[in-house]
Design a protein around this ligand. Structure first.
Ligand SMILES: Nc1nc2c([nH]c(=O)n2[C@H]2C[C@H](O)[C@@H](COP(=O)(O)OP(=O)(O)OP(=O)(O)O)O2)c(=O)[nH]1
Length: 320
């Protein structure tokens, strides 16, 4: 892989797979027909990339052959390597959000539209289990910033984010004394529960566990020192470079933020990545990545074009 995230000696078979997402959020699964390895297992539509074919060309060809659709809009997403007894595969997942024609089973395969909250078919191909977890993550990640705005305004911003359907929040208050932080985090947790949103606590694993938060967001320093993934439901991590990205993937966290894209008030002197470096760093990366640093909702499409899960931000709630 280009950024050296997954180090392999043998060459795996290159595969593309499409997460076809309908406007209501449901995605398409297909059942592998008899005669192929793992018959009866459910997979995302796709197949092997042919010699001299790009991932996008393979995606367009496979979706036309299997489903009779023409891809209009697709963005790169995760890349996962997996070792089956029959072959090692390198699967490039794309999110496909616009296409022409209704998908039809042109190879007599069974098709089903599924919701991430209620998957009614099984078994899924073994390589796809972590993909489902990644699919449950939203495209926007909002980070609290009371040190800059004050607690009252910060809570108002969180309210407005929740009302705008933000489903993932991080409490990140580096300078707040512990007792006040616990109180502040509890207020956010209560609000979030009302909207079925998840809350991660920055750095403080013990506090996340004590408060019953949904997880923890590791700092990059904490990530580099960690020997094991914390025992929490969701674990995010802050990354700024290849080494941190590699460690996050090795540790098995659920997602990362990669920053800073642009200069920010909290990190004014830090060198910025820009989209080109961002995209190079996350090419072939197995985890969902949120672009962070000077981001707002208007950057969401650009971030996803580069292969990101979405955007993360502290200050731009008014643009939601
Ligand atoms: N299409 C697809 N393949 C997946 C997924 N997950 C996963 O592990 N795979 C693996 C299974 C296979 O080893 C490989 C895809 O190979 P395939 O044999 O289905 O490819 P193909 O459609 O080009 O088939 P063929 O013409 O070569 O028979 O990738 C997935 O979600 N979708």
């Amino acid at each position: 892989m280009a950024s050296g995230i997954q180090r392999e000696s043998s060459s795996p078979v290159r595969v593309v797979a499409a997460i076809l997402v309908r406007a209501d959020g449901h995605f398409l699964l297909a059942c592998r027909p008899p005669g192929k390895p793992y018959p009866g297992y459910w997979e995302f539509p796709g197949g092997k990339i042919e010699a001299n074919e790009s991932g996008r060309d393979a995606l367009a060809r496979e979706l036309h052959e299997e489903l009779g659709i023409t891809v209009i809009h697709a963005t790169p997403w995760l890349t996962r390597e997996f070792h089956y007894p029959h072959a090692a595969v390198n699967i490039q997942f794309y999110r496909v959000t616009q296409w022409l024609n209704e998908p039809t089973a042109r190879e007599k395969q069974q098709l089903t539209w599924q919701s991430i909250k209620n998957i009614t078919v099984s078994p899924l191909l073994p390589a796809n289990q972590p993909i489902l977890r990644s699919l449950a993550l939203p495209s926007v990640y909002v980070i609290s910033n009371a040190s800059e705005t004050g607690e009252v305004q910060s809570l108002e911003m969180i309210d407005s984010a929740l009302q705008s359907d933000v489903k993932l929040l991080q409490v990140r208050e580096k300078n707040m004394p512990s007792a006040r932080l616990a109180d502040f985090a509890m207020k956010i947790l209560e609000k979030a529960r009302h909207y079925q949103a998840s809350v991660l606590i920055n750095e403080n694993i013990a506090m996340a566990q004590t408060l019953g938060a949904d997880g923890v967001h590791l700092t990059s320093a904490q990530l580099l020192k960690a020997a094991t993934r914390p025992a929490v439901n969701w674990c995010g991590a802050s990354c700024h470079n290849e080494e941190e990205l590699y460690q996050a993937a090795s540790l098995g966290v659920d997602f990362v933020t990669l920053s800073p894209l642009y200069p920010t008030r909290s990190h004014p002197a830090m060198p910025t990545l820009g989209w080109q470096r961002f995209s190079t760093l996350i090419r072939n990366y197995p985890l969902p990545v949120y672009a962070l640093g000077g981001m707002s909702m208007i950057d969401l499409d650009s971030a996803q074009e580069q292969g990101a899960q979405g955007v993360a931000f502290m200050r731009t709630l008014l643009h939601i």
